[in-house]
Design a protein. Structure first.
Length: 255
């Protein structure tokens, strides 16, 4: 791999933000922070139009209470645990600011928990500016929004549609085909170039986990909860391979 290719892939990974845990330690699923932020921004624009939502970050509410995932987590993934959302926003004077903040907090919390399936327990908001008029909608592809079109960063860039055959040989192709048949999966992605990765896990005394581990990177369709799709994908992949490996699902995009 060339230095330019490696640099581009690192930038793509950074652009997705952290990988947020979906469900608990045994769910084996994560969601890219960038994808979550795009959905949250869209909800805020629709439900609280007098607000311009600026920075949005999601992290662990209490890192000390986070659990160890039962399957191998993707690089830079947060461990399972309750999450805190912090955001800065500007608003018009159409409503009293405390009421505006309350409506925005409700919109973000409901979207994060019911639409995305995140274990969100805290929402911290900070008002940064008073606007003279209602903000216009953010343009398509603005920072923090999920992109569903092909990116110029080469194969595996966020938003790319990856060939169903992209994976670890014939088994990777079989897994890819199975995943694409799961309801709610729109496409395979691949934050590091391959949407399907089959690896060997080190095993030690008393280790009850299978030696092999599969990870699948994919996009989920609108109207489907990412955690439910991830559950179906994990079951389908484990069933497709004779040794029934552990499976992790990384949802990189929400279409």
């Amino acid at each position: 791999m060339t230095a330019d290719r490696w640099t581009r892939m690192v930038r793509q990974q950074v652009g997705m933000g952290r990988f947020l845990p979906l469900g608990g330690p045994y769910d084996g699923a994560w969601l890219a922070e960038r994808a979550a932020s795009g959905v949250l921004r869209g909800a805020a624009e629709r439900e609280v139009p007098e607000v311009r939502l600026d920075s949005v970050r999601i992290g662990l509410a209490d890192p000390g209470t986070a659990a160890e995932p039962a399957v191998t987590a993707p690089p830079s993934a947060l461990p399972p645990g309750p999450l805190r959302l912090t955001a800065e926003f500007a608003a018009t004077a159409a409503w009293p600011l405390p009421e505006t903040a309350s409506r925005l907090r409700t919109s973000l919390a409901v979207t994060a928990t019911e639409r995305l399936g995140l274990d969100l327990t805290e929402v911290d908001l900070r008002v940064t500016e008073l606007l003279g008029e209602e903000p216009s909608a953010a343009p398509a592809g603005a920072p923090g929004q999920s992109a569903a079109t092909t990116s110029p960063g080469g194969p595996g860039a966020p938003g790319d549609v990856v060939s169903p055959g992209a994976g670890d040989g014939s088994e990777g192709e079989r897994v890819a085909a199975v995943v694409l048949r799961v309801a709610g999966v729109t496409r395979l992605t691949g934050s590091w170039g391959r949407p399907v990765r089959l690896t060997e896990q080190a095993s030690g005394a008393g280790d009850a986990l299978p030696r092999r581990h599969a990870r699948v990177d994919l996009a989920v369709a609108e109207g489907f909860r990412p955690l439910e799709v991830a559950h179906a994908v994990r079951a389908a992949v484990a069933e497709a391979l004779p040794d029934r490996p552990t499976v992790a699902v990384l949802v990189t995009d929400l279409d």
